[in-house]
Design a protein around this ligand. Structure first.
Ligand code: RET
Length: 236
């Protein structure tokens, strides 16, 4: 455990944002009785709840550790990965549910995603700089395959849905592709990448904006219209 520096301001903003998001989603979900529709609310509420807890863990310093790489000591917020390993599969689950995906597609997406985060953890804790980049590359490879499945198989399954559902699906899918591709970029430019283009302060701000948009922004768009979710859950 180490003490967070000036970047803790962004971690507190993240904690607050995820908490407000959670309360908002709980409010939106009140009175939803249909079990198929409840799935969207349950997944989305867990996403921001887990993130709020992990942001609090980072802001209070428990979620921070140090890793020695050569003669550099890196500040590593390990709690990010604890957050992502649960929340990114839930985000994919939300999108897959909207697309009406089958179990094999969901399992493939979640499997690739967990592989991506776990190899990302290895990259973050590896002590040899060159191997950090190697694991970053492996993790990024998994991300690219995952996005390929999103654009291919998942989008194909979503095409059978009605106009409004298909529209919401493509908005959320495009948002996801754009945001998720920025994570490995921030990581490699930030402290983890050891080249130090982006100092910890700005890296923390960047991840916070990405996390809030990918979770709260995504959830707001998804849960905005109950009638679209109703259409999505009706057997077609
Ligand atoms: C890491 C590092 C190694 C390379 C890659 C990564 C990808 C992370 C992603 C995270 C997405 C997080 C989201 C959080 C929601 O709030 C682990 C940074 C590819 C894609 C969407």
């Amino acid at each position: 455990m180490a003490t967070p520096g000036a970047e803790s301001i962004w971690l507190w903003v993240g904690t607050l944002g995820m908490t407000v998001g959670t309360l908002y989603f709980v409010g939106r979900g009140r009175g939803v009785r249909d079990p198929e529709m409840q799935k969207f609310y349950i997944a989305t509420i867990f996403i921001t709840t887990i993130a709020a807890a992990m942001y609090l863990l980072m802001a209070t310093g428990f979620g921070l550790t140090e890793v020695q790489v050569g003669n550099q000591t890196l500040d590593i917020y390990w709690a990010r990965y604890a957050d992502w390993v649960f929340t990114t599969p839930l985000l994919l689950f939300d999108l897959a549910l909207l697309a009406g995906a089958n179990r094999n597609t969901i399992a493939t997406l979640v499997g690739l995603d967990v592989f991506m985060i776990v190899t990302g953890v290895i990259a973050a804790f590896e002590q040899v700089a060159a191997y950090r980049i190697l694991w970053w590359g492996i993790s990024t490879g998994a991300l690219l395959v995952l996005l390929y499945v999103l654009v291919g198989t998942l989008s194909e399954q979503a095409r059978e849905k009605s106009g409004e559902v298909a529209q919401l699906f493509s908005t959320l899918r495009n948002l996801m592709i754009f945001l998720w591709l920025l994570y490995p970029v921030v990581w490699i430019l930030g402290t983890e990448g050891t080249i130090g283009v982006l100092p910890l302060y700005w890296e923390t701000a960047a991840f916070m904006v990405l996390d809030l948009t990918a979770k709260v922004g995504f959830g707001v768009l998804l849960l905005r219209s109950r009638s679209v979710l109703e259409m999505a859950t009706k057997p077609d």
